[in-house]
Design a protein around this ligand. Structure first.
Ligand SMILES: Cc1cc2nc3c(=O)[nH]c(=O)nc-3n(C[C@H](O)[C@H](O)[C@H](O)COP(=O)(O)O)c2cc1C
Length: 192
């Protein structure tokens, strides 16, 4: 039964020293872990030490030559759904996150994603971009999202103190990710 549970990755998308993303993704993970309808794992892209994309063949072919790509591919392939925790850098997603996404293709296909963002305007501009990127990878994106403000959910823009009402947004987003994740898992089973 346990191995039939939906596997959801909470992907930490910023890599710089002192990043706020660590506290945000840990908070999401703690809330998610209390649920019994899916298995959750925190995936920190920093741990994978990916260089700027260095595969000679387009990822769409899945012919990886580098060990770091194979390790990243196996990790991402093992999930049914993703929750991206993203900062907003210059109104877009962090370059490190885009690079990590670009390394792979089929591993993402026919799965679902939800979003958690933070920034002065809740990081919403980064998520709008990320939704377009996901569309190219055949990833379905859910409507509910968690948007955290640097002004009201952090002290001095660095100490994460999420306002309590955000927990409802996390639950709504996870409900949708799990619901669509189950539907797309059936599709993937049929296709194979
Ligand atoms: C390179 C860079 C660009 C940024 N650009 C924006 C921005 O366009 N909009 C915004 O709301 N915050 C912006 N910020 C502030 C970030 O939202 C804030 O520093 C956040 O903590 C970054 O995430 P991180 O700490 O996980 O790296 C920027 C920060 C950096 C480092």
């Amino acid at each position: 039964m346990k191995d039939q549970m939906l596997k959801v990755a909470i992907i930490l998308g910023s890599t710089r020293p002192g990043r706020n993303g660590e506290a945000v993704s840990q908070w999401i993970y703690e809330i998610a872990k209390k649920r019994s309808d899916a298995d959750f794992e925190l995936v920190d892209i920093k741990d994978f030490n990916l260089p700027l994309l260095d595969e000679p063949i387009s990822p769409i072919m899945g012919q990886y030559t580098k060990e770091h790509t194979k390790i990243w591919s196996a990790k991402i392939n093992s999930f049914d759904a993703y929750v991206f925790v993203t900062a907003e850098y210059n109104h877009g997603i962090p370059g490190a996150l885009k690079n990590a996404i670009d390394f792979l293709f089929k591993e993402w296909n026919n799965k679902v994603a939800g979003f958690v963002s933070y920034g002065s305007a809740g990081g919403v501009r980064a998520v709008e971009q990320l939704r377009l990127v996901m569309a190219e990878l055949y990833v379905a994106t859910v409507r509910s999202q968690v948007q955290l403000s640097l002004f009201t959910d952090f002290e001095n823009f660095t100490k994460f103190r999420p306002a309590p009402y955000n927990e409802k947004s996390v639950s709504d987003m996870l409900d949708q990710v799990i619901s669509w994740g189950g539907a797309l898992k059936i599709l993937r089973t049929k296709n194979h």
